[in-house]
Design a protein around this ligand. Sequence first.
Ligand code: NAP
Length: 255
Amino acid sequence: MSTTLNNKQVFVTGGGRGIGAGVVRMLAKEGYDVTFSYRSAETKADTLLSTLIEQYPDQNFAALRADFAMREDVEKIAAHLSKSNQLYGFVHNAGMTYDALAPMVDQSRGEDLMQVNFWSMTQLIKAAVRPMMREKSGRIIAIGSITARMGAQGNATYAATKGATASFMKSLSVEVARKGVTANVVSPGYVDTEMLATYADKREAVEKRIPIGRYAKSNEIGSLVAFLVGPQAACITGAEIPIDGGLSASIGFKN
Ligand code: NAP
């Protein structure tokens, strides 16, 4: 049973499954009211919603369908955010990958990726930050990736969307700091979700390179996000925090 936080609302994009669902679960556990978006994972979103409603009957939960490749869907969610009276937190988690070698990148596919991973985030933040600044309190978090700062063979455009996210969030953090709003990036390494399903045959080799020896779990990413949303994190802003089992700290081989 959680303690409720006077209906403090947090919106999470792509919360129906994977890391987003971990973020939703951990925020709910901390007592927040959570609304999340989903695109195709309707059944998983419904199941998550029913579980939360049963587990935390004193809190409010909702799920909205939106495809951030479609600008009208971004506008629909932006309108929802700007009308929220008690919006306290916004987490942009929804994201896609695009596997292509850097010299082979197709611009149209790259632009589609940028729309979902980056541009939709900028427009949703534009809407979310106003109610937060009015209340002089708020938390904005983007799920980045350690690929923003490392070479990601075969994933250059994806890494670039996460690099753009990190740069945008740093500038945002400075602009909104005096209004009581923090803005941070949580950058996972490898997390056990469907996004990595196509690389399943490489998992053992990858885990050998990770200092803690395993992928992160969605709930572990969710716990870090929940901490950053919480009152103890008021002084943390403009940060890009890796959560990768030490992967980005390692030179990659053992003596
Ligand atoms: P995932 O299991 O593939 O889930 C992707 C999430 O994004 C789903 O909730 C999906 O919604 C949503 N989404 C995808 N395209 C969308 C679109 N066009 N419009 C709206 N929502 C869309 O991936 P994940 O691992 O949980 O990834 C979540 C975030 O973490 C992403 O930003 C990803 O880049 C980042 N990340 C993941 C890893 C990793 O190792 N898994 C590492 C670093 C960073 P539906 O399922 O409803 O379609």
